[in-house]
Write a protein that binds this ligand. Structure first.
Ligand SMILES: CC(C)(COP(=O)(O)OP(=O)(O)OC[C@H]1O[C@@H](n2cnc3c(N)ncnc32)[C@H](O)[C@@H]1OP(=O)(O)O)[C@@H](O)C(=O)NCCC(=O)NCCS
Length: 165
């Protein structure tokens, strides 16, 4: 069982160190407005700009963060948006991503007003899509050419998980 805690300023540099280029930055953060080269200051400024953005980290056995997520109110009433899901590259493929998202869902649905959790994922991010599907998310909409990454355009998918009964 993984537990989440609010991101501390010192964690931001650790999280930023997991992003190794423009593609990784956009894959992770979509249209959050970050720019490459990415750094801790951008993540902290992003949170400071809107206190409704809950940036959360999970610690590994050594006490260092191994995962990061964000929860924030979605534009649609009753929905919580899950975003900025990231596991340290060296810790991937061991179930931490699933545990991290499960913990985030627990935190989201702890709010009795949360009827569903939504997220956006790029269509070619097959591993992340499999992870969300394993946890019960279903595709709600496909947005062609949702973002420009250099000369390329990426399609995104909105996924939704209703509050479990
Ligand atoms: C997407 C992401 C969060 C997944 O994290 P993760 O820790 O690798 O996730 P998991 O370990 O739970 O699952 C990944 C795979 O490992 C497998 N796995 C889980 N535990 C395992 C274990 N003990 N041994 C072997 N494989 C295992 C899972 O079955 C899964 O397999 P699949 O790829 O065939 O579906 C991670 O890849 C990441 O940070 N990616 C970059 C950022 C990103 O794309 N974020 C999502 C934006 S929407």
């Amino acid at each position: 069982m993984i537990s989440l805690r609010p991101l501390e300023p010192a964690d931001a540099a650790v999280v930023a160190s997991w992003i190794d280029g423009l593609d990784a930055l956009v894959l992770w953060s979509g249209k959050a407005g970050f720019t490459w080269p990415f750094d801790a200051g951008q993540l902290l400024a992003f949170r400071a700009a809107d206190p409704a953005r809950r940036l959360l980290v999970a610690d590994g056995p050594g006490g260092r963060p191994i995962g990061h997520v964000m929860l924030r109110p979605d534009a649609a009433p009753g929905a919580v948006r899950l975003g900025l899901v990231l596991v340290a590259p060296e810790a991937r493929g061991r179930g931490h991503g699933e545990a991290l998202v499960r913990a985030a869902l627990g935190a989201a649905f702890a709010d009795p007003g949360a009827a569903r959790v939504t997220l956006g994922v790029y269509a070619h991010n097959h591993g992340a899509r499999r992870l969300y599907e394993r946890l019960g998310f279903r595709e709600e909409a496909v947005h062609a050419d949702s973002v420009e990454v250099g000369e390329r355009r990426w399609t995104s998918v909105t996924m939704v998980l209703p509050r479990p009964r």
